[in-house]
Design a protein around this ligand. Structure first.
Ligand SMILES: [Zn+2]
Length: 165
C-alpha cells in the first residue's frame, strides 16, 4: 500500500496500552465488563513452531484510538470506511494544558491557543498532558474535554470557509 506520506517527521501520539494501568468505565447498559487483558494462549515451550501466541481482550475504545463516526451516529461510516490517509498529516496543536481534569475547554481557550488558523479538513490536537498521569483511576477519567460550543464553533468555521470557496 502506498500512502504517499509527506516527507518529514512522523510523530506517534499513541499511548502504550497496559493492563496494569488502563481501566475503562463500564456504564449501565453494557452487556459485560471487558477490560484490556493480554493472554498467552501458547508459550514458546508448548510445541508448535516454538513461538509465543498472544490474544487480547479489549474494547475497541481502549487506550489511544479513533472513534468511528458510527460510534455515536447510527448508520454513519464504520472505521474501515474511513480512508487510512485521514490519520496522517499535519495538525494544529492547541495547547490547553491549563485546563484540569473535568474542566471544559472553552472557545476562548481555543482562540488563545490557535487563533483563527484552522481551515476545513485540518486536524486539531488538544494538548492537555493529562496522559502524564495515566493510571485509570476515577480521578484520571475526569479529563478535560471540548465544551459543546467549541464543537459548534469548529463546525461553523468549516462551514463558513466552505461557503466562501
Ligand atoms: Zn472511543
Amino acid at each position: 500500500m502506498n500512502l504517499n506520506l509527506p516527507a518529514g517527521k512522523l510523530i506517534d501520539i499513541s499511548l502504550p496500552l497496559d493492563a496494569r494501568t488502563f481501566h475503562m468505565r463500564t456504564y449501565s447498559g453494557f452487556k459485560k465488563d471487558m477490560q484490556f487483558e493480554v493472554e498467552v494462549i501458547k508459550d514458546y515451550q508448548d510445541g508448535g513452531y516454538g513461538q509465543i501466541v498472544r490474544g487480547a481482550h479489549m474494547r475497541l475504545h481502549a487506550g489511544t484510538h479513533v472513534d468511528a463516526p458510527s460510534h455515536m451516529l447510527k448508520g454513519a461510516p464504520d472505521l474501515q470506511e474511513v480512508p487510512l490517509r485521514a490519520y496522517f498529516g499535519d495538525a494544529i496543536i492547541a495547547d490547553v494544558r491549563h485546563r484540569g481534569g473535568g474542566e471544559a475547554i472553552t472557545p476562548a481557550d481555543l482562540e488563545k491557543a490557535m487563533g483563527d488558523i484552522i481551515l476545513p479538513g485540518d486536524r486539531l490536537l488538544l494538548r492537555t498532558d493529562q496522559n502524564q498521569d495515566y493510571d485509570g483511576s476515577p480521578a484520571w477519567m475526569k479529563t478535560s474535554s471540548l465544551c459543546e460550543c467549541c464543537g459548534d464553533r469548529l463546525v461553523r468555521r468549516e462551514a463558513d470557509i466552505a461557503n466562501r470557496i
